[in-house]
Design a binder for this molecule. Structure first.
Ligand code: 1BN
Ligand code: ZN
Length: 332
């Protein structure tokens, strides 16, 4: 009897401790500000990872070291705000990596709160056999700052580098079996004075979304996948409520297929970024962004945004998830 009672007591204690532990885990996993439960989306069944695919899309097993090397080369130009010599050098660097690829440059002059600036969206086009386009985008300009020591390794060296790696992966394969893939280096994403006032943001993407709406391109775009700040060594991608739910689910399924789901947050929050102008013209969009860069995002837009805060693993995970998402959009 005595031992029965003590077994019962031990079991109850164990159940209580487990419940406390679960509760703790959930509490610490939730980001503090403006967090609400994920938008209701249907659970997606698991799919076979991409090794089962016979398509000529690149396999999601890129070298993070190679992407990191690109980040270092980009950062070596120094601060890269629109209108700067370093920005021009980076444009030439990107173009030099796109030899033999169809490239469009969407150049215009933006009126900003601090005057006129040249803006140049760069688009590399990889044709596919299926009619329709998937755009993978990321900005390459850095914060308009007078500081000479702001080099923007994560923001936006990481997105610039990820796209350069994708160009290497897609080049020279002949037409892709699925949709065409367009790589888009957006310009003028950063504010000149204040992101939240006077439309002082997303200069390049606002102009291009308008253009694509007017010339009919917008209707042919099946998915617009944006990457931003995806090199953080402590990779923690947020679930954005401004993104299109089915495409967000596809990104999460891609991460899960590759075993990277722990880097993709369960809880969602709204983010304003280069994807919004494209969403406004009816294109399905998703923003893959880690907006928790250092404790409480302390490295964001500071001189501490340097390559030592990034990791080849995070760059590889982000690039692979994009490649797997391309495959899933093609299967849809
Ligand atoms: C992301 C990186 N953004 C700018 N650099 C967009 C953004 C602006 C995200 C303000 C949140 C707040
Ligand atoms: Zn920024």
């Amino acid at each position: 009897m005595k031992s029965r009672l003590s077994t019962l007591f031990t079991c109850s204690l164990l159940v209580m401790l487990t419940l406390i532990a679960c509760d703790k885990q959930q509490t610490s996993a939730a980001p503090a500000p403006e967090v609400k439960p994920a938008a209701e989306t249907t659970e997606l069944p698991a799919t076979q990872p991409s090794t089962a695919s016979a398509s000529n899309l690149p396999k999601p097993d890129v070298s993070g070291e190679r992407v990191m090397q690109y980040v270092k080369e980009v950062v070596a130009f120094g601060p890269r705000p629109p209108g700067s010599a370093a920005h021009e050098k980076l444009e030439q660097f990107i173009l030099s990596k796109l030899k033999g690829v169809e490239v469009e440059q969407d150049k215009f002059t933006a009126q900003t709160p601090v005057g006129k600036f040249p803006i140049n969206n760069i688009i590399a086009k990889f044709p596919g056999k299926k009619s329709g386009i998937i755009v993978v985008a990321g900005h390459y300009d850095t914060l308009y700052s007078q500081r000479k020591d702001f080099v923007g390794a994560n923001d936006a060296g990481s997105s610039t580098a990820l796209l350069l790696e994708l160009a290497d992966q897609l080049r020279g394969k002949g037409p892709l079996d699925g949709y065409s893939v367009w790589l888009l280096w957006t310009d003028g994403e950063e504010a000149f004075v204040n992101w939240f006032a006077n439309n002082d943001n997303d200069y390049g993407s606002r102009q291009l979304a308008q253009k694509w709406q007017q010339d009919g391109t917008a209707k042919t775009i099946k998915a617009f996948i944006l990457v931003d700040m995806i090199g953080d060594a402590d990779l923690d991608v947020l679930k954005d409520t401004n993104s299109t739910p089915w495409l967000t689910e596809l990104v999460y399924r891609a991460a899960s297929n590759l075993g990277y789901q722990s880097h993709f947050q369960k809880y969602s929050t709204g983010i304003e970024d280069d994807h919004l102008p494209f969403a406004k013209v009816g294109i399905p969009v998703v923003d893959i962004i880690d907006f928790d860069y250092g404790y409480d995002n302390v490295f964001w837009h500071t001189p501490q945004d340097t390559v030592d805060k990034l990791s080849p693993q995070s760059l590889a995970i982000s690039t692979d998830v994009v490649l797997e998402t391309l495959r899933l959009v093609n299967q849809r």
